[in-house]
Design a protein around this ligand. Sequence first.
Ligand code: FAD
Length: 411
Amino acid sequence: MDNQNIRQTPVRPNELVEPGEAFTQLEKRRTTATTGGASAHYDVIVIGAGQAGLVTGYHLQRRGLRFVILDGGARVGDPWRQRWDSLRLFTPARYDGLSGMPFPGPEWYFPTKDEMGDYLESYAAKFSLPVRLGARVERLTQRDGAFVVEGQGGGKRFELSAAQVVVAMSSYQRKRIPAFAKELRPGIVQLHSLDYRNPAQLGAGGVLVVGAGNSGAEIALEAARNGRETWMAGRDVGNVPFEIEGTASRLILSKLVIGFVFHHVLTVKTPMGRKLRPTIISRGAPLIRLKPKQLDAAGVKRVARVAGVRDGLPVLDDGTVLDVGTVVWSTGFDHGLQWVDLPGFLGDDHEPRHASGISTTHPGLYYVGQHFLHSFSSTMIRGVSRDGARIAKAAAERVAELGETQRMIAA
Ligand SMILES: Cc1cc2nc3c(=O)[nH]c(=O)nc-3n(C[C@H](O)[C@H](O)[C@H](O)COP(=O)(O)OP(=O)(O)OC[C@H]3O[C@@H](n4cnc5c(N)ncnc54)[C@H](O)[C@@H]3O)c2cc1C
C-alpha cells in the first residue's frame, strides 16, 4: 500500500505529551474539583493510550470532559510495533479505523503492524489528545470517594485523582507461561509470542510452538517456512471457514463475519453471545487468516497438548517426548491488572466485573479493550470505537449527575 497518508504527518512522541516539569505545573493549575473530592483534577483519567484509550479520549473530548490519558510506554502505537516483524493485521483497513479517522488506503488492504502503530500515533496527534507517555500506573485505589492513580513517570512518582477512571487496555498485558517451563533444559531457547520477532531468534534444531491460536499458528508457519522442523501443540481452536483475503470475503463474507456477526450477533445482548462469551474469553478466537491446510502444506506437525517436562524435554499428553531446540510459548496472556487495588473488582473467573465496560463494583470505574467487553469485536479495532463512545457517554452522564448533587449540597 502507499501509506503516505499515515506518514504525511510525522509525529515526534513528545509532541503528544505535557512532559516533566511542564506537566507538573499544569497539574498544579488544575485545582478545581468537579466531583468526588477536593483533589480531583480531572473528570476522567484514562489509563492506556492504545486504540482503546485513544478512542475513548476522542469521545470524552467531544463531550467536553477534562481528562488525561496515561501510558507507561515510550511512544503511541508501540504495542503494535513490538509484535513480530512479519505480522500483518487479519482485519482489512475498512475495519481498522477508529471513530473520526478512517484507516488510510484501500479498504481491503491488510496493514502491517507498524502501519497500525503509526496510524494510532497520527490519531492522537490529529485530535491533540492529552496523552502522557512514560507514565506507568502502579496503583489504582480509592480515597475519600475519589479514585487515586499512583505511578512513576520521568523518574518521579506521581499521584493524580479523579472521580472517574477508565482502564483502557486489551487483556493481553502479561505473558502466561506454564510453571513447568523452568524445568526445560537450559540449552532450549524459550520465547513467549510477545517476545518473538523473527526466525533469527530460534535456536538450533526443531521448534515446538505451544498453543494453536492465531499467534501460535502464524509463528509455527513462519518457522516451518524457514526450514525448521516444527510442531504445534494444543487444542484446535477452529477457523473462520473462508479465505479472509479472497474475493468472496471482500464481496460478502468479511462483511458478514467481522462486520456483522462479531459486532452485532456475538454480543452480551444476544443469547448466543452470552452463551459463547465464557468460552471465547477462556479459549481465544478461532484462526482468522490461516487455514489448517496451509500449516499442513508447510510441514507443521499438529500434536497433542504439552503435559509437562521429562528429562528436561517437553512431553505431550500422549507420552511423546520432543527433542527440540526452541519452545515458543503461545499460551496466552494475563490482563495484568495486579496494580488495581479496589476490593472485589475481579469476579470468580478473575475477570473484571462489569456490564459492557461499566464496573458493577465501583461506580465511576470503566473498562475498554478487554476481551468480549460488550461483543466479540470489543478487543478488535472494529469494536473498540463503539465501546469507547458508550463509556464516554456514561462518564459524561455521571459528571452531570454528580455536578447536580454538589450544587444541591452547596445550596
Ligand atoms: C498478535 C496480535 C494480533 C492482533 N491482530 C489484530 C487484527 O489484525 N485486527 C484487530 O482488530 N485486532 C487485532 N488484535 C487485537 C487488538 O486489536 C490488539 O491487541 C490491540 O493492541 C489492543 O489495543 P488496546 O488499546 O486495547 O490495548 P494495548 O494495545 O494492549 O494497549 C494498552 C496500552 O496500555 C498501556 N498500559 C498497560 N498497563 C499500563 C499501566 N499500568 N500504566 C500505564 N499504561 C499501561 C500499554 O503501555 C499500552 O500502550 C491482535 C492482537 C494480538 C495480540
